[in-house]
Write a protein that binds this ligand. Structure first.
Ligand SMILES: O=C(O)CCC(=O)C(=O)O
Ligand SMILES: [Fe+2]
Length: 308
């Protein structure tokens, strides 16, 4: 299956494709040098017994659990904040706020600066359930956030590809009932599946190449397939940005911002926030171990399969 990809010197085509389909792929956006240095750090940390990160797929602090092939089972939420692993967090940041990515964000939003509100790292697919990001986070006014998916290796079809439902950004949007909590998450998960069933939307899978970056709209339905081949990792980063002139949706007050390695991109949280976050993650890890607490707000499709 062929994928339509653009180069950075095709600005009008990129913008038009994004508006029409709710996503767009830019080829060779991220250099192999940046990616390889990041993956070198990941390789060191995955066998470090003291390394703890916030798991994105289960929403609890976790130590790396490796698969037989040596891939980290859980995805990381906000790896850029891992200040107790400073080299790793710096290499993550270099990739996330890359110059080409910043240029494309500006092209798509019309703003010169953006704020990165969330990021994730995947060594392996966690089989993310279908969703529109708008339920979890967006800009205010909504629909203006832009998300990016960075391929850190050539992604194989059976690795659990990221997918989108093209054109779904123009259809119905399901919102969070209570802007402050995720208490209706289970209802939401089912409503998205009902929405998909009631439309003609098609799933489009993305076996991207190393260095490709895919941008998508907060109303576009997307997710990821489960891994079907334990020998294939799915090394990738994702990040969510809003134009700096706007505010984040759902936030009670405007967040503190700090600079990043790219002057055109800011990050949410004060300069010390990621240090505090790292220490809190450790303390929560220990507390959960003592209390025997398990996963929360699980994003893995395998978790729901028996219920279907
Ligand atoms: O790559 C994935 O599995 C899902 C990522 C995602 O949904 C996101 O970053 O918003
Ligand atoms: Fe998402």
């Amino acid at each position: 299956m062929s994928l339509t990809k653009f180069l950075i010197d095709q600005p009008q085509e990129i913008k038009h494709y994004y508006q029409e389909h709710g996503y767009v792929i830019v080829r060779n956006a991220l250099s192999a040098e940046k990616i390889d240095r990041l993956l070198g750090q990941v390789n060191q940390k995955k066998r470090d017994r003291l390394f703890v990160f916030n798991s994105q797929d289960t929403h609890v602090p976790t130590r790396p659990r490796l698969t037989e092939a040596g891939f980290i089972e859980n995805s990381m939420l906000n790896p850029v904040n891992l200040k107790l692993a400073p080299r790793l967090s710096k290499m993550v940041e270099r990739c996330l706020v890359d110059e080409t990515v910043a240029k494309i964000l500006s092209l798509l939003s019309g703003d010169t600066h953006h704020v990165m509100m969330q990021n994730m790292f995947f060594d392996k697919s966690t089989g993310t359930i279908e969703h529109q990001d708008h339920y979890y986070l967006d800009a205010d006014p909504p629909g203006r956030m832009i998300a990016a998916w960075y391929a850190l290796e050539d992604i194989q079809e059976d690795a659990g590809c990221f997918f989108v439902l093209p054109g779904s950004h123009k259809g119905r949007v399901i919102a969070r009932v209570d802007g402050r909590s995720f208490s209706d998450h289970e209802t939401y998960r089912k409503e998205i599946l009902t929405l998909i069933d009631s439309t003609e939307y098609q799933y489009k899978s993305f076996p991207l190449e190393k260095g490709d970056v895919l941008f998508w709209h907060p109303y576009t339905v997307h997710g990821a397939y489960k891994n079907l081949n334990p020998q294939h990792s799915r090394k990738s980063l994702t990040a969510h940005f809003y134009p700096a002139q706007l505010k984040p949706l759902y936030a009670a007050k405007a967040p503190k911002l700090r600079p990043s390695l790219n002057p055109h991109i800011l990050m949410t949280g004060s300069a010390i926030a990621p240090y505090v976050d790292s220490v809190k993650t450790y303390l929560r890890f220990v507390a959960n171990a003592v209390r025997g607490r398990g996963p929360e707000m699980v994003m893995r499709r395998e978790n729901y399969e028996e219920a279907i």
